[in-house]
Design a protein around this ligand. Structure first.
Ligand code: HEM
Ligand code: HEM
Length: 200
C-alpha cells in the first residue's frame, strides 16, 4: 500500500473520532455539565478498548506517514494548498504528540479526570492561557485547513482523471466553505472553554 493511501485511510478513522470530539466540545456552549454528560456517552465509543487502541495506532500512523509525506514531497515552489497542507500537518504532528501524551499521562500517571475542566483550566488561568489558547485554537483551525486542502487536492485529482472542464473555481469555493465552517467551530469552542459565556 502506498504511504498516501495509508495516510488517507488512517485519516478517515481520525476524522470520524474528530466528529465526536469536536461536537462534544461544541456542547460546552450549553455549559460544563452538558459537555461532561455528552463526553460520558462518547467515551463508551472511543474508550472501548479495541476502538481506543485502534485510534491511538491511527494517531501514530498519521504522524509518521504525514511527516514522511512532507519530507519526501517538500513544499518549496508548490501551490498554496500543498504548502497549507504541509504546514497544518506539521502543526498537527506537534499538537497530537503533546495532546495525547498529556491526556494519557493525566489518566494513568497523575490520576486526574480529563473532562471539560482539564482543558478549560489551562485556557482560563494566567499565565498558562498564553500558551494554551493559541495551542487549542490552532489545533482546530489546522484540522479544518488540512481537511479543506485534502478535499481540494482530491477534487482536482479526480477532475484531471475525468479531464472535464476546469472546475477549480468551484473546488476553491468548497475549500473556503470548509475553512469558514472551521473558523466558526473554533470560535465557538474557544469562547466556551475560556469562559466567555459563563463564569469559570
Ligand atoms: C488530524 C489528523 C489528520 C488527518 C485527518 C489527515 C488527513 C489527510 C487526508 C485525508 C489527506 C489526503 C490524502 C490523499 O490525497 O489521498 C492528507 C494529506 C496529507 N497529509 Fe494529512 N491528515 C492528518 C494529519 C497529518 C499530519 C500529522 C501530517 C504531518 C505532517 C500530515 C501531512 C499530510 C501531507 C503532507 C499530505 C499531502 C499528501 C500528498 O498529497 O502527497 N497529515 N491528510
Ligand atoms: C485537531 C484537534 C484535536 C485532535 C485531533 C484531538 C485528539 C484527541 C485524542 C486522540 C484524544 C485521546 C482520546 C482517548 O483515547 O481517550 C483526545 C482527548 C482529549 N482532548 Fe483532544 N483533540 C483535538 C482538540 C482538542 C481541543 C481543542 C480540546 C479542548 C479545548 C481537546 C480536549 C481533549 C480532552 C479534554 C480529552 C480527554 C477526553 C476524555 O477524557 O475522554 N482536544 N483528543
Amino acid at each position: 500500500m502506498k504511504l498516501k493511501q495509508l495516510h488517507r485511510i488512517s485519516g478517515v478513522a481520525i476524522a470520524a473520532f474528530l466528529v465526536l470530539h469536536l461536537s462534544n466540545h461544541l456542547f460546552a456552549l450549553g455549559g460544563p455539565a452538558l459537555h461532561i454528560t455528552v463526553m460520558k456517552y462518547f467515551r463508551m465509543v472511543y474508550r472501548f478498548p479495541p476502538v481506543e487502541v485502534l485510534l491511538l495506532l491511527c494517531v501514530t500512523i498519521q504522524i509518521i506517514s504525514g511527516l514522511r509525506l512532507v519530507f519526501t514531497k517538500g513544499f518549496r515552489r508548490q501551490p498554496l494548498y500543498v504548502i497549507a497542507q504541509a504546514v497544518s500537518g506539521v502543526y498537527l504532528s506537534l499538537f497530537l504528540i503533546n495532546h495525547v501524551t498529556a491526556v494519557l499521562l493525566a489518566r494513568y500517571d497523575w490520576h486526574i479526570e480529563t473532562d471539560f475542566y482539564f482543558a478549560s483550566g489551562v485556557a482560563v488561568h494566567y499565565p498558562e492561557k498564553l500558551f494554551f489558547i493559541p495551542y487549542y485554537t490552532l489545533s482546530v483551525l489546522c484540522a479544518f485547513t488540512h481537511i479543506a486542502c485534502a478535499h481540494y487536492a482530491r477534487r482536482v485529482e479526480l477532475a484531471r482523471v475525468a479531464s472535464g472542464p476546469d472546475a477549480s473555481a468551484g473546488f476553491r469555493r468548497e475549500a473556503l466553505l470548509i475553512l469558514g465552517a472551521g473558523a466558526i467551530v473554533t470560535a465557538l469552542i474557544m469562547a466556551s472553554f475560556t469562559g466567555l459565556f459563563y463564569p469559570l
